[in-house]
Design a binder for this molecule. Sequence first.
Ligand SMILES: [Zn+2]
Ligand SMILES: [Zn+2]
Length: 332
Amino acid sequence: MKAAVFETQGKPLVIKDVKAPIQTNDGIVLKVLATGLCHGDVHIIMGDWQGDLDIKTPIILGHEIVGEVVTDGKKVKKGDMVLVYNAFGCNSCKYCKLGYYQYCEKVKVLGVHENGGFAEYVKVPDENNLIKVEGNPFSLAPLADAGITAYNASEGIQNGDKVAVLGTGAVSMLAVQILKFFGAEITVVGRNPLKLSKMQEIGINEIIFSRGEYAKDLSEKSTTRKFDYILDFIGNELTLDDVSWMLSRMGELRIIGEFGGTLRIPEQLIVLRGLRVKGILYGKMEHLTNVIKLFQEGKIRTFPILYRLDEINSAINDLMSGRVIGRAVIVP
Ligand SMILES: [Zn+2]
Ligand SMILES: [Zn+2]
């Protein structure tokens, strides 16, 4: 089968013929219909997560997968279109038992630890992780990672809550739609004018263009002086610096982006205002089924931009240079 293989750090993926996976008792093979390209893939290719993640090359990346079942399984049948809940845990530790498979010490993610979706076929270790879906696979694919993460990042936020959203990538674009559905008052801060106009199109209350000093621009240009929640979809020095001053009493900073910044908050600020800080990584199965439901009810859109498998390196370049307004989706 044709696949895009990650062989060398910092180099383009290699499009080549590799052996297709075969169905056995310990997994089910999908014909890949669409796989979203995530910033996580770029972090892996660039070696940003070395030390935290041990990536064994060569490997096929791609963790945001929609496919078609090739052979009958126990629960799914040949021809079913399915979306992959992509965190395979040990099923017995305390995190797995709570449904937080992403924090399992032994977690496996297709496209990170094992071959993923930038190929014609992929093997999924457990069919319990497959969710049957209907509709356009290209529009559905971004739900499998961006969507579930966006839902997890928005959970618990309520009607009337004031929420600042930092960043305008695919996860952020989904989160603002979910937050809007929840009735939150949203302020979006970003650097990319094209992505900000997309936010405007989605109908966000307030859009702030920043040249990089997110907290300063947020405090100066926003009509809201303090926020109940700040959702940081970037997570670098520019976004994390000083942003906690913008939280209301008992406000919560949720960090979703993984650009390697360091958070510094004066202890008194945390204590006297009762602030909370929470990291968001992927989500639980119920976050995924909830976000699929919102999508199928027409409450949210995913903005896929399609690339053929052999165009994947252009997709990566476009993503890195901020030209992807929505989600790049790779079609084998
Ligand atoms: Zn991802
Ligand atoms: Zn576990």
